[in-house]
Write a protein that binds this ligand. Structure first.
Ligand code: 3H9
Length: 713
């Protein structure tokens, strides 16, 4: 077995124990077993008077090994608490020296030591809640003893990290060090402790300072957290903090263990752990070596000073990359720059960033009316109006203006990236960068790989996404890429349900009760009915709109009636301020459309029918996207939907949810709606992949894509 923990030497009576499990020194069961043995060996060694615990590589320990959290962790078989107890009960002082990050089980390990120091740049936290669990190795009991119950509740409930200065002020650590070598820093501190004759200081023996968290505040916190029915860890965390204040350590930890296991076994935690790994997988490019040389990106350009272009360029300004914003229209450009300035001012006013940082970002912005100013850019992103003719003309121009080796990207959300690449005349340098609105806020970036996109271009933009703090997912070329293509069937059924007699409010409520951030009617009103109608028009032009005359008929009719959505206070709803009010005119319009298209009206449509009709075709389309090689993995689709479309994290994304519901059930319901609705246009035909997995009993998560080829066409 690999050495994951070493006992390197005992000098001057101090034993040095080093954890080495790259990349983040995660605590696997094997590691904990070795750690326990090394500590026993060190403590038993003749002449040993103190121990130092540190970690090798770029960081201290970043938590329990999440890959092992699929197995139950119980008092009987877990290796965590015995090691923590062993350390804490040693009769010799144990010093923990941290650097990089100390997270989750890593910080819990540090808190079980008697003394803690940290490099000044260290960040610490208990982020378990983001995985749907709570700290399960004594963290909920030791942190209140070191930092006070109020600070502990805040840190554990939010999962946020604190810096080393804050940790020192809270009493979580005893000292800061500028020494970059954690082992040396630990040894120095241990020598100091021995010189001072300081004894072991078990954390469990310290009294809890409530820090102002009185019974009333705890009750309120319990009530608030208890209302969060989708996240069982929220309430469990408050219960553990309450136990830390009111119960002896051993009883508090016993409760922590039980609640940890209940949360770990919950669907929410399984979903959040899936998304943790899916996000990291999505950033990997199959078939492209990570060593492939990337193109340097120092200076970029964005065309179009509208909402999208402004949002896009702010990502680059935030990342410290000099950027030119081009718009041929002077007013549009001036307005765009003014809006960007306003956004930064508002960030400063809200204390999000310093005035100096805002000025530094704005100093990187160069507005221009002249396309020629894009000539020296390493990357140019067009963000002009979503119209094939307009975008084709812009891409043609970019192909001529951009310097050799520059990357050209289109921010289209639906159009044919291959056709735009051909227009540029440089398909190897071309790809899609589909940002989501507001582009400076939304974390998702769909990177669209054209048939001709060179691997180095894909790798460059994928790496750039990380610099921009985006979560990137690669999509192949098809109508709407991953997200908007799947959205189509969801919106199709929304309009059919309205024509059959459901109301916008009923549909939105059913979808929001399922956990989505916003129902489809409110979402379309917000995005703009004109935008949706324009997309339908483009589909017609491209010959990809179904021949069904009733297809998305409601949105088309709303547009004809001048109901543009929130922007003119009339869409699927009527708006008073931000309040969406059901409008009888829309009900009449839907009824008239139903008559026109021979669609039968019903008095009652259940919420479960709305859920199934909107979401099962969406899942089905996701399976087609996998079959066609548009997405590399099921997790990529889940990331697109959770990061870009308000799909609830606690359901893990549509395909993770599909596995939980059961593929045979979904298949059976598609067949049911095919019978009930008719299937003239193939709306209910199951994807081969869905049918095959349902038949074999294999979940979608086990689907393996054939290795993609990156030979430019
Ligand atoms: C816990 O501690 C429970 C306890 O209370 C005790 C229970 C009894 N395990 O993110 P990156 C992998 S729960 C396994 O790209 P970065 C990651 O998958 C845990 N693997 O790097 C990736 O692998 P690959 C509480 C892990 O620099 C590689 O490391 N802790 C773990 O952008 C690099 O990761 C957390 O929730 C892990 N714990 O960010 C912290 N962590 O290269 C989770 C990372 O194959 N981790 N990996 O794709 C993070 O938040 C970030 O990884 C971190 C580094 C900020 C540390």
């Amino acid at each position: 077995m690999r050495d994951l923990v070493t006992l390197s030497h005992i000098e001057g009576g101090i034993a040095l124990i080093t954890i080495a499990n790259p990349p983040v020194n995660a605590l696997s069961r094997e590691l904990l077993e070795q750690l326990g043995r090394r500590i026993e060996e060190a403590a038993a060694a003749p002449g040993c008077r103190a121990l130092v615990l540190c970690a090798a590589g770029r960081t201290f320990v970043c938590g329990a090994d999440i890959t092992q959290l699929d197995q139950p962790i119980t008092a009987a078989n877990d290796a965590f608490n015995p090691v923590m107890d062993l350390i804490e009960s040693l009769p010799k002082p144990v010093v923990c020296a941290m650097h990089g990050m100390a997270l989750g089980g890593g910080l819990e390990l540090a808190m079980a030591c008697h003394y803690r120091i940290a490099h000044a740049q260290t960040r610490m936290g208990l982020p378990e809640v983001t995985l749907g669990i709570l700290p399960g190795a004594g963290g909920t009991q030791r942190l209140p003893r070191l930092a006070g119950a109020k600070a502990a509740l805040d840190m554990i409930s939010t999962g946020r990290m604190i810096d080393a200065d804050t940790a020192l002020a809270l009493g979580l650590i005893d000292g800061l060090t500028a020494q970059s070598d954690a082992a040396q820093a630990g040894l120095e501190h241990a020598r100091h402790i021995l010189e001072q004759g300081l004894p072991p200081r078990p954390t469990r023996g310290l009294a809890v300072d409530s820090g102002g968290l009185d019974a009333e505040a705890l009750k309120q916190a319990l009530d608030t957290a208890g209302r969060n029915t989708t996240h069982p860890a929220a309430r469990a965390i408050v219960e553990c903090i309450q136990a830390a204040i009111t119960l002896p350590f051993s009883q508090g930890r016993e409760l922590e263990g039980r609640l940890f296991e209940a949360c770990r076994a919950s669907d929410t935690s399984a979903a959040l752990r899936h998304l943790f790994f899916a996000e990291r997988e999505a950033a990997k490019l199959p078939g492209i070596p990570s060593s492939l040389q990337r193109r340097p990106i120092h200076h970029i350009g964005v065309i179009g000073a509208g909402t999208m272009g402004r949002g896009i360029i702010m990502n680059f300004l935030d990342a410290g990359i000099s950027s030119v914003l081009v718009d041929a229209n002077r007013d549009a450009l001036e307005n765009g720059v003014a809006q960007i300035r306003k956004t930064y001012e508002s960030r400063v006013a809200r204390g999000r960033i310093s005035a100096a940082r805002s000025e530094a970002a704005l100093a990187l912005l160069a507005p221009s009316l002249d396309y020629a100013d894009l000539g020296q850019c390493d990357l140019v992103i067009e963000a002009v109006f979503e119209d094939m003719d307009v975008k084709t003309a812009v891409c043609r121009q970019l192909g001529m203006i951009c310097k050799p080796g520059a990357i050209i990207a289109s921010n289209t959300s639906t159009l044919d990236v291959d056709a735009l690449a051909r227009a540029s005349g440089r398909p190897g340098d071309f790809l899609g960068m589909h940002f989501f609105s507001p582009a400076h806020v939304m974390r998702l970036l769909e990177i669209v790989r054209g048939r001709g996109t060179l691997p180095e271009v894909l790798a460059t933009v994928n790496a750039l996404a990380k610099t921009l703090r985006k979560v990137s997912v690669i999509s192949g070329v098809c109508y709407g890429f991953i997200g908007n293509r799947m959205l189509e069937s969801y919106l199709r059924e929304t309009d059919f349900l309205l024509m059959e007699g459901a109301t916008p409010r009923q549909i939105d409520q059913a979808i929001e009760e399922a956990g989505l951030a916003m129902g489809p009617c409110r979402m379309l009103d917000m995005a703009g009915i004109d935008v949706a109608a324009k997309v339908l028009l483009e589909q017609g032009k491209a010959g990809i709109r179904p021949s069904d005359p009733a297809y998305r008929a409601v949105v088309g009719r709303l547009f004809e009636r001048g109901r543009l959505g929130q922007k003119n206070h009339l869409g699927y709803y009527r708006y008073e301020g931000r309040d969406a009010i059901e409008d009888p005119e829309v009900a009449m319009l839907c009824e008239a459309l139903a008559r026109q298209h021979g669609i039968a009206r019903r008095d009652h449509i259940s919420n479960s029918e709305i859920f199934e009709r909107c979401l099962f075709p969406l899942i089905n389309e996701g399976c087609r996207i996998l079959e066609e090689g548009i997405a590399y993995r099921t997790g990529d689709i889940d990331i697109v939907w959770t990061k870009g479309y308000g799909f609830p994290d606690h359901r893990g994304g549509p395909l993770f949810m599909a596995d939980r519901i059961g593929l045979p059930t979904i298949l059976e319901r598609l067949a049911h709606y095919s019978r009930a609705q008719g299937n003239e246009h193939g709306y209910w035909t199951p994807a081969d992949l869905l049918a095959a997995h349902a038949a074999s009993g294999r979940p979608l998560s086990q689907w393996q894509a054939p290795a993609p080829t990156h030979e430019p066409a």
